[in-house]
Design a protein around this ligand. Structure first.
Ligand SMILES: *[C@@H]1O[C@H](CO)[C@@H](O)[C@H](O)[C@H]1NC(C)=O
Ligand SMILES: *[C@@H]1O[C@H](CO)[C@@H](O)[C@H](O)[C@H]1NC(C)=O
Length: 491
């Protein structure tokens, strides 16, 4: 009795809190509140379980060897030739569901060209409206421990179902989510580098180390999209169902596909232009200092802030696409140069943004993305799978930033893009005199020749830029071009 009473004392406040939380008249708003709390609790428990699951992943996984069956080996595509890979050789498989497709197809509509693209959105049922993007309804499947009722299983089988359609002249199957935006011209440039008659698995992993740790560094994250060559897809067809059973405990469809490809012994070929965008906040830093590689995809655009200030997500993408359509290879490619007279540093991400510093900053720093974002899962400041530098709290250390305003074709071979400053009312501005001089630059003009897609077949190199004398105090003008032989940034 004594002990019971002693124990009940500290419990009493708990019970009171519980009563406050859960005992109330059952009106609509209280029920909604209760439901919201329950959902929150469920989410917390689910993410804890997931974390615990991954923490104990170090024990080796065991499995039962299936009976050996002789599977027919699919013939390699009889129509392959040595001609360069183009868009007609790619079959897209977009993982979608009827419930989300209506809203999210907006993203696919940004890049899908019905006259040039082949492939399907794979849905879990018939959509209500007519569709711009061709679709298929995923087939049923089930086996020990798995079923196509699970979205992850259904979507993992897209490459198999796509293969079984038996389309002609296919070299690559490219998977993406319904919220992936592909830059198809650049996708072609990347795939054209590889021999489609061999087994390739091409993509990128997550920006957030916590995601790579939880899933795998070796896997292509599905939202950024990945490409599977025809012969690899042919092998996957034979082993997929066994993999779905053996890896039924995995989280997503991309992880299941990776597991199956791992069994075949094919590693991931990383390409830096696939962007899963497992980040929160502004993607600005990544896009303003992209590696020297073509931009292939963007993802999670619903979760990050719009790419341009004072523009919606979709309008931002439309503006970026406008520049992309004029010079696809060059989109967001970075160039850096110095104004020797004024001792300024300039960094351009073509078709997106310009940064000017009224002092000289080393090229190695200019190449490091500003950390304008946080990690995906825990919203932390680090770590990322690449270097990022913090944005200084002191405006006198930050660059003055310009955003794309307009794109213009100059005859058929050249372009002119303009960039302007966007100032929010509450933005802190450095009041030093050198900053005022930069601030006097109202508009920034960049001229360049269109970049030859064939350049991506060669050794990568950042292109050079030079400050043109033609500019005036309020309009700075630069030209981007191939570097001359022996040219360096400081000479
Ligand atoms: C793509 O290449 C094939 C040859 O493999 C050619 O027949 C076709 O015309 C090309 N298509 C486009 C859109 O360039
Ligand atoms: C933001 O966009 C709106 C609508 O396009 C425009 O009217 C407004 O001037 C813009 N604000 C700034 C500060 O540029």
């Amino acid at each position: 009795m004594q002990t019971f009473q002693a124990a009940s004392k500290p419990i009493q406040p708990l019970i009171n809190t519980f009563k406050k939380l859960f005992v109330f008249p059952l009106n609509l708003s209280n029920i909604l509140l209760l439901l919201a709390r329950a959902a929150l609790l469920l989410c917390l428990v689910a993410s804890m379980l997931l974390a615990i699951h991954s923490a104990f992943i170090s024990d080796p996984r065991r499995f039962i060897l299936p009976r050996r069956t002789r599977t027919a080996v699919s013939e390699p595509d009889a129509h392959t030739s040595d001609a360069a890979t183009n868009i007609s050789h790619i079959v897209f498989g977009i993982g979608a569901s009827v419930q989300t497709w209506e809203d999210r197809s907006l993203y696919t509509h940004l890049w899908w060209d019905p006259n040039r693209n082949r492939g399907f959105a794979w849905l879990d049922g018939e959509p209500r409206k007519t569709q711009l993007v061709p679709y298929r309804v995923s087939g049923q499947c089930s086996g020990p421990d798995y079923s196509c009722k699970s979205a992850a299983v259904r979507m993992a089988r897209i490459v198999v179902e796509g293969f079984k359609l038996g389309l002609k002249n296919v070299r690559w199957f490219v998977m993406g989510d319904d919220d992936t935006v592909f830059f198809t011209e650049n996708l072609v440039s990347v795939l054209a580098k590889y021999d489609h008659n061999q087994m390739y698995y091409i993509g990128g992993n997550s920006e957030s180390v916590e995601q790579d740790e939880m899933h795998s560094y070796e896997m292509a994250f599905g939202g950024g999209g990945f490409a599977i060559s025809y012969p690899l897809a042919a092998q996957l067809v034979n082993v997929m169902d066994g993999c779905l059973q053996r890896y039924h405990f995995f989280y997503g469809s991309d992880q299941r596909v990776w597991a199956c490809i791992s069994e075949l012994g094919v590693p991931l070929t990383r390409e830096r232009g696939f962007h899963q965008f497992d980040i929160r906040g502004k993607p600005y830093g990544i896009l303003a200092a992209h590696p020297v590689a073509p931009l292939v995809s963007l993802h999670h655009l619903d979760s990050v802030e719009p790419l341009f200030p004072n523009k919606t997500r979709i309008d931002s993408l439309k503006l970026l696409m406008e520049a992309y359509r004029v010079d696809s290879s060059r989109i967001i490619q970075q160039s850096v140069c110095y104004d020797r007279r004024r001792k300024w540093s300039v960094s351009v991400a073509w078709g997106y943004t310009v940064q000017i510093y009224p002092f000289l900053v080393t090229a190695t720093d200019l190449e490091i993305p500003f950390q304008t974002f946080k990690t995906w899962r825990s919203w932390s400041n680090r770590p990322f799978s690449f270097n990022a530098r913090p944005v200084s709290a002191d405006p006198c250390w930050r660059p003055v930033v310009y955003f794309l305003k307009g794109v213009q074709e100059v005859d058929t071979r050249g372009t002119k893009t303009s960039y302007e400053r966007f100032v929010t009312k509450d933005e802190k501005v450095c009041d030093r005199q050198d900053y005022s001089r930069v601030m006097a630059v109202k508009e920034f003009t960049v001229s360049s020749m269109k970049m030859d897609t064939q350049l991506w077949m060669k050794a990568p190199q950042r292109q050079c830029c030079e400050i043109m004398d033609r500019g005036s105090d309020d309009n700075m003008w630069i030209r981007i071009r191939k570097c001359r032989k022996g040219e360096t940034i400081t000479t």
